[in-house]
Design a protein around this ligand. Structure first.
Ligand SMILES: *Cc1c(COP(=O)(O)O)cnc(C)c1O
Length: 399
């Protein structure tokens, strides 16, 4: 497996997206090869022994590593400026492994309240069963993170922009607070993508991704990734991944490699479309408010623009008509599909209160701003005029 470019993983972003990590077999294939194998063979018993001892390089078993997966890991690490990347079968498998590798019984996690509900389940319900404490804070209130620190705090976890309200956390300041406390900052960067926000450059220690979202971005596979420094990954994370087995299929890694090739084309178009749709929604009389980070009326507009390159692909807004208005809007859409996925080439709309965030009690929903009138719109790459027409006619019917 070789590549002719000696600076392959130090190129500029749009080159990395297409070529980062690619290694060719002796057949010199153009597209990355899929090594759909669970195991590997050795020429001799001595070679097997040497490889297991780490004295000879080479793959051992699919649960540990696979050449197709290695290509994707290198591409993602190069894009985020991380030392190393590991893959997982889904975004949630990545989040779980990153948290398990950061805490032990008796430790404490501080996390932003506005999290994807499965992330909150791990922190609030699952880890406490094994003696890990937590405090949830208002992610946008930087001082609250400092106030929540205890002597046993070992991990900070945040999502920015957060799902579904697009609340922004100050990654740089929160990283400083975490480091002073001797804790590791884990950032779920699914909404921003590796293109719009670089958490490691801002001071985060670990990034987790649902690659299901923009990186595949075409609704085909579930996939996740964890990025961090080599010492933590090899000493803490690798044993967990190897022995608990949330491995990504090489076929899935190949699909995501192909997705990455068009990531910037898709995300750029999606951001352009999202900005225009947010402006249409913001001026419509059926709407209480719209949230989109590049708009001046986003409560953390300046912070968002200081740490993100663009506004992202998600628009959140509240209809005046509550649940009834939200359902009228969703049911009137002709192009945009009703779906709880996001980051897809196809535009998708969801009612978080009854779907993605239905696990939360009413008081938690209220605290998070997940109201009955709230819609989360994931903007795709369709023709902007078709999308504007569709959203406008659906808003007209939601009045
Ligand atoms: C979707 C999502 C996840 C979970 O990813 P899966 O690939 O669905 O397991 C985690 N965090 C955020 C912010 C997400 O949007």
């Amino acid at each position: 497996m070789t590549n002719k470019d000696p600076k392959q993983n130090q190129r500029r972003q749009n080159t990395l997206l297409v070529r980062g990590g690619t290694k060719r077999s002796n057949h010199k294939e153009t597209s990355e090869a899929i090594f759909l194998t669970s195991g590997f063979v050795y020429d001799s018993a001595e070679e097997a022994e040497a490889r297991f001892k780490g004295e000879l390089p080479g793959y051992l078993y699919g649960r540990y590593a696979n050449p197709t997966n290695t290509m994707l890991e290198e591409r993602l690490a190069a894009l985020d400026g991380a030392q190393v990347c590991r893959l997982a079968a889904s975004g949630m498998a990545a989040v779980q492994a990153a948290l398990l590798a950061s805490v032990r019984a008796g430790d404490h996690i501080v996390a932003g309240k506005a999290l994807f509900s499965s992330c909150r389940y791990i922190i609030e319900t699952l880890l406490p069963r094994y003696g890990v404490e937590f405090t949830l804070v208002e992610g946008a209130n930087t001082k609250a993170w400092a106030d929540a620190v205890k002597p046993n705090t070992k991990a900070f976890f945040l999502e920015s922009p957060a799902n579904p309200t697009l609340e922004i956390s100050d990654i740089k300041s929160i990283a400083d607070i975490a480091h002073k406390a001797g804790a590791r900052l884990i950032v779920d960067n699914a909404f921003a993508t590796p293109l719009l926000q670089k958490p490691i450059e801002l001071g985060a220690d670990v990034i987790v991704y649902s690659l299901t979202k923009h990186c595949d971005g075409q609704g085909r596979v579930l996939a996740g990734a964890i990025l961090g420094d080599e010492k933590w990954v090899t000493e803490e994370l690798d044993p967990i991944l190897r022995h608990t087995g949330p491995a990504m299929s090489p076929f899935v890694a190949w699909v995501v490699l192909k997705g990455m090739e068009t990531l910037s084309l898709r995300v750029d178009r999606m951001c352009d479309n999202a900005q225009k749709i947010a402006d249409l929604i913001g001026s419509h009389e059926a709407v209480n408010y719209v949230r989109y980070p590049t708009r001046k009326d986003h409560p953390q507009h300046e912070l968002a623009m200081s740490q993100m390159k663009n506004g992202g692909t998600i628009v959140a807004f509240e209809l005046k008509g509550g649940k009834d208005g939200a359902y009228k809007f969703l049911n009137a859409l002709e192009i945009v599909d009703i779906s709880n996925n996001l980051g897809d080439a196809k535009s998708l709309a969801t009612h978080p209160a009854t779907t993605t965030h239905k696990l939360f009690e009413a008081d938690v929903q209220a605290e998070l701003g997940v109201t009955q009138g709230l819609i989360r719109l994931s903007v795709g790459i369709e023709d902007i005029d078709d999308l504007l027409e569709d959203v406008k006619q659906a808003l007209d019917k939601a009045k």
